[in-house]
Design a protein around this ligand. Structure first.
Ligand SMILES: [Mg+2]
Length: 185
């Protein structure tokens, strides 16, 4: 009887050690990840015309839809789900994630009810784990703390009041991802 009890206690002890170690390793990894990211500078990426080729979404619309939404194409239902990445954008995001704490900072047009969910799906599809829980949708980009913001519209949605450095994508200085990588890496 005593032997059975001892065996049972031993089993429980080993199980406790096992879970303790697992939790310890998990917490250690989480803390390490957090510490690594704390050391990294914070870098934000705009989506439309920075990561996302907005025109590629317009190109697949038929003429009647284009006519119906003249001047407000960003309100076409599901238009964001049709868009492809800009050349080099995905590779750049992955490379920059090694050096910076990267987030996607984008706006979802107020009058397009599918925009937010389409952008969320886009990040999952094209950035996978690199974009995991890193999408921020805001019309007030200046409220996000950070070191760099890569955006194509320097005066919209609080970009002009952003506390860090704004890298204007599509400008003469940064016409493409190659030039941005040269500067930031
Ligand atoms: Mg944009």
């Amino acid at each position: 009887m005593k032997l059975q009890k001892d065996l049972l206690y031993n089993k429980i002890k080993y199980l406790l050690y096992f879970f303790y170690d697992k939790n310890f390793i998990y917490l250690y990894c989480k803390l390490k990840r957090k510490m690594n990211n704390m050391e990294k500078k914070i870098l934000y990426f705009d989506m439309d015309n920075v990561l996302v080729d907005f025109k590629s979404g317009i190109d697949v619309l038929n003429e009647s839809i284009k006519n119906k939404y003249v001047g407000k194409l960003d309100e076409v239902p599901h238009i964001f789900s049709y868009m492809k990445p800009i050349d080099g954008a995905i590779d750049a995001f992955k490379k920059l994630s090694e050096k910076y704490d990267c987030y996607i900072l984008s706006t979802a047009p107020w009058n397009n009810p599918t925009a937010a969910s389409d952008k969320f799906a886009w990040v999952k599809k094209y950035l996978g784990d690199y974009g995991y829980k890193r999408l921020i949708l805001s019309h007030h980009k200046n409220l996000n703390k950070g070191d760099y913001l890569i955006d194509d519209r320097p005066t919209k949605c609080g970009v002009d009041k952003f506390e860090g450095e704004v890298i204007i994508f599509g400008s003469n200085e940064y016409p493409d991802w190659e030039s941005v990588l040269r500067y930031l890496m």
